[in-house]
Design a binder for this molecule. Sequence first.
Ligand SMILES: NC(=O)c1ccc[n+]([C@@H]2O[C@H](COP(=O)([O-])OP(=O)(O)OC[C@H]3O[C@@H](n4cnc5c(N)ncnc54)[C@H](O)[C@@H]3O)[C@@H](O)[C@H]2O)c1
Length: 314
Amino acid sequence: MNKNRSIAVVGAGLVGSGWALVFARAGYSVRAYDPSETVRAGILTWARDSLNDLVQAGLVDDDQLAILARISVHETLAEAVEGVFYVQESVFETVEAKTAVSLELDTAIGEGVLVGSSSSGIPASQFTEACKNRACFAIVHPVNPPHLVPVVEIVPAPWTEPSAVDRIAALMEEVGQVPVRLTQEINGFVLNRLQGVLLNEAWALYEDGIASLADIDATIAHGLGLRWSFMGPFETIDLNAPGGIEDYAARLRDLYASMVRTPPPEPWPDAVISRAAEERRAELPLADLSDRRAWRDARLSRLVAFKKNQGLMG
Ligand SMILES: NC(=O)c1ccc[n+]([C@@H]2O[C@H](COP(=O)([O-])OP(=O)(O)OC[C@H]3O[C@@H](n4cnc5c(N)ncnc54)[C@H](O)[C@@H]3O)[C@@H](O)[C@H]2O)c1
């Protein structure tokens, strides 16, 4: 356990605010910073409402007020990182924004302070090269919302110290996340590469009129997703043939090879995106998105509680 109990959250939008709750729930003091006054003003209200959900699902025993009291909101980045041993950066997903904030962090933090970027796909080598503390920077990619979905991908840049990766992985375990370590950078990391294959195929099936948007969603929500909520694709196929994974491969690998799309897909076409958006907005108006997000989080917290009760989660 770290003696220094102070962590900074830099960028406190959708993902950063979830991180604040992850660390505060685990007993750390969280110093949050976001340049947007609106975002800063909303952090504690969002955290209080989300904590209510966690309490109702039986996921926190600690005093809610004590957890909230551990989150402080700061008006400058320099103030937020004072005295911390770890910074979780969650600013916009562009090389420019990540570079600017990494350089600012680099001058504001002391030697040895670790920085994890929530980057969904931009590798750290694209924005930390000029940092003098670059050995302490790595990608720490969560899934949204991180206080309910525990996996984090830790991706080192070529210059990240292995000991920094070890310390970040230990911290993630301590706060209840599930660290997955990549040995090297790859575009999209593991999670979004897997999600990307599925999304590219979903768009193509929809574009070709093979199935409706709702039916494609139902295939995951009421099919593959049920098993995926507690086991991965390799364990799934190991159980899906009498002789396990080798038997599954012998029976079905030709089928899977025949489904690979060549040439690889183009970016999703504008016209297809517009058609899909029209269908989704008829189902869920834009004004209701944030209520539906809260609904999702409440369902997720109950699923997490169920997994914990079943011994499927730490
Ligand atoms: N939303 C997701 O599903 C998801 C999942 C995993 C990872 N991520 C990653 O997390 C990061 C943040 O995404 P988000 O969805 O929270 O976006 P968001 O737009 O909700 O939040 C980004 C926040 O960064 C703030 N910001 C901008 N410049 C800043 C700076 N210089 N210093 C501090 N704060 C700054 C903005 O004001 C904004 O509040 C991105 O890298 C994204 O790819 C997002």
